[in-house]
Structure formats: structure tokens, C-alpha cells
Design a protein around this ligand. Sequence first.
Ligand SMILES: CC(=O)N[C@H]1[C@@H](OP(=O)(O)OP(=O)(O)OC[C@H]2O[C@@H](n3ccc(=O)[nH]c3=O)[C@H](O)[C@@H]2O)O[C@H](CO)[C@@H](O)[C@@H]1O
Ligand SMILES: C=C(OP(=O)(O)O)C(=O)O
Length: 418
Amino acid sequence: MQKIVVQGGRPLTGEVQISGAKNAVLPILCATLLADGPVEISNVPHLHDVVTTVKLLGELGAGITIDEHYGITVDPTTVHSQVASYELVKTMRASVLVLGPLLARHGHAEVSLPGGCAIGSRPVDLHIKGLQALGAEISVENGFIKARAERLKGARFVFDMVSVGATENVLMAATLAEGTTVLENAAMEPEIVDLAECLQAMGARIQGAGSNRIVVEGVPSLHGGRHSVVPDRIETGTFLVAAAMTGGRVVVRRARPDTMDAVLDKLKQAGAAIEVEGDSITLDMGGRRPKAVNITTAPHPAFPTDMQAQFMALNCIADGVGVINETIFENRFMHVNELLRLGADIRVDGHTAVVRGVERLSGAPVMATDLRASASLILAGLVADGETTIDRIYHLDRGYENIEEKLSGLGAVIRRID
Ligand SMILES: CC(=O)N[C@H]1[C@@H](OP(=O)(O)OP(=O)(O)OC[C@H]2O[C@@H](n3ccc(=O)[nH]c3=O)[C@H](O)[C@@H]2O)O[C@H](CO)[C@@H](O)[C@@H]1O
Ligand SMILES: C=C(OP(=O)(O)O)C(=O)O
């Protein structure tokens, strides 16, 4: 099994280009199933989750073409199956996002229940309730969500709690429903806006994406189209935290600074000088040690849970005590035990972690437990004395494109070994 080995102690300097967002490209790939013609997607990050989604679309019968820049064209006109198997869904929860599109376009769908994952139980009840509100008959049998509706009907639906995936599934389905759908308490993440823009390029009528009230006027059919995926704000944030922790100066290019307010505010509080110009962000730490910051995760535009582990790593070596509250997932502190192995001082009480910054971490073998936990261990390794070896990095490959090449380009000493 592959591992990443990091030699700590180098301030990061230079420039890095941000890839397309994992959390935007996955729903967008699923959305292509709604169309009556080919959909071309560019700025696609080369990630394991993208490979899995493409495999799933292929199993459903869609035609897939991949160009030399990893642009992906999906031709959904050859889809012959509406069944998403457990084998694929279990490896990637986002596969449940084919449910809404298959149901809306083909009148029925069977998608394996995704099950829990390391960070929490992650139920899909809101996806199901939202589609039922549009008139779908849904049962859960033998581990599959079985959905049926001759034609979905527009309705007003209020999400009990904010869910990114449920908003996406119901939004996609509503584009082909008869009449108007109003989604209240919708998720406002930038990836929802990107999905809506792709759907609009396919002929969908959507207003309000990016607010908590999305209005969709259903159309009889969607056509093919083109879309370029929004830059990844979590990858961007991860590189900025790396720069801040190592006391370096890094310019991230091809980012979307306007999607990053909460993260940039916390980096400023940690003592970083931040300059934004167009699609670039420069972070200059000037060799200073970061100051500890308090974090509470919450739906966008508040601080993203997907940046919690990285800021935990920053607090581990910061000056002072940082309190981290995780409000989205019930079990998203698994990196704590691994950070402790590197010499961190962290106490966890329920959903709160109190991190007392230490002067130095020391390298050790550690194990990644989920995607962002893996990133936090690399960040800690970048500042630890000696060598840190991170095992189970397949989690990392789900969501970071060429992370070791990108970090090496900034002067980090990092390599992948078999
Ligand atoms: C592929 C993708 O975009 N993944 C992101 C998406 O995941 P995902 O879409 O799975 O996350 P949700 O926003 O749905 O989950 C938020 C909370 O709602 C709960 N919930 C969700 C659905 C449901 O039907 N019932 C329910 O109770 C979840 O257990 C969780 O506690 O948003 C999360 C929260 O920003 C991010 O961490 C993930 O990186
Ligand atoms: C939790 C994450 O992703 P997913 O929802 O795909 O598991 C993440 O990107 O940090």
C-alpha cells in the first residue's frame, strides 16, 4: 500500500495552481444523466472519486470521452441501466447523486444505500424526503433506494437541516419536473452554484442558487452543454494553511477567493498577510509562528467542516490555545489521535477539541483515516522535526490532485513510496 513520506522543516515558497473542485465535479458528472445530448466538462481534477463516478456512469451505459487535458464528455443518450450497484456506491458516497437525475429522466432508479463512513453515519433521509415531495414513490429494500415517478411534479420543500447532497439531488430532479419547485433552507455552498450553472447551460431554469431559497421551473427536457468546474476552495485552503504553518509565502493561482471568506478570515486571525488579486491569493507569513484560532464548522458561508482538520494541524503548532467545534459530522476528530503521535497537545470533549500549541512536533509513522485527516497529517509533517510517514493515503487520492508534486514545487520534501 502506498505511503507518503514528508521531511519537515522547510518554509513553503512559490506558486501553485488550484484544480477543479471535487465537490462540484461529482454532482455535475451525475447531472449529465439529465440531458438529451453530450455534456462537455472542463477543469476536471484527476481524482480517484472522478474515476469512480465515470465508471458508474459507464456502467449505466453513458458514453464517456476523455481528452488530453482530462476534459470529460458524457453522452447520456445511451444509458440503458438505472441501477447503481453497491460495489461502486460503497466506495464513494457521492454516487447517491445519480438518484435524482435517473429518476427525473427515466422515471425510475435503484441506487444502493451508501452506508456510513469514517466521519459519521451520513444518512440520506433528506434526499428521499425531497424527492418524495416531488411525487416520487420511494421504498428502501434490500439495501437499495428504489424510486419511481412517471413525471415528477414541482412542489415547495423545506429541508429540515442544511444538506449539500440533498439540495443537489432534489435540485437536479426538479429541473425536469412539471411546474415550479421551491427549495427552502437549501445549502448555499459554491458547489451548488456551480452545479446550477452547469444545469443552466443544459437549459434548466433555476433562480436563487447560492441563497437558501432555490426556485426551479421545470422544463420537458435538457440539452447537452459545456461547463468548466469551479476551482477547489478546500484544496486552496489546504495550500494556504501549509504556507501559514511553515512560515512561508505562497501564491495560489486559478482560485476563487470570493468562495473563501471564512477561511481567509481565520488565516488573517492566525497572523497571515493575505492579498487577493483576481483569481490569485498571496499568503505571506514572514517566518512568523501562527497564532491559535477558534473554529466552529457550519454550512456555507460559515467555516467549512472540510477545512477543520487542516486548521487543527495549524493550531497544533500555533502560539496559544485554539478551540475547535465540529457541528456537521459526529465523528470528524479521527486525526486527533494521529496528531498526538506527532507530539500535539489536544483534548477532545464531545464535539469540541481544545488544542494547545506546542513549539515543535516530531515526525512519526501515522495513519490517515479519511480525506481531510490525511491532509492534516501532511501539514503536520511539513513542520515536524524529522520524517513523518503517512499510511493509507488512498483517502488523499479521492480529493487531492498531485498533492505531492504541488507541494514539492513549493519546496517541500515529500515523496510517495510503495
Ligand atoms: C461530495 C460532497 O460534496 N461532499 C461534501 C458534502 O457532503 P454531503 O452532501 O454528504 O453532506 P451534507 O451536507 O448532506 O451533510 C451535512 C449533515 O447533514 C446530515 N444529513 C445529510 C443528508 C441527509 O439526508 N440527512 C442528514 O442527516 C449529515 O449526516 C451531516 O451531518 O457536504 C459536506 C458538508 O459540507 C462536506 O463535508 C462534503 O465534503
Ligand atoms: C467529506 C468529504 O467528502 P465526501 O463527501 O466525498 O466524503 C470531503 O471532501 O472532505
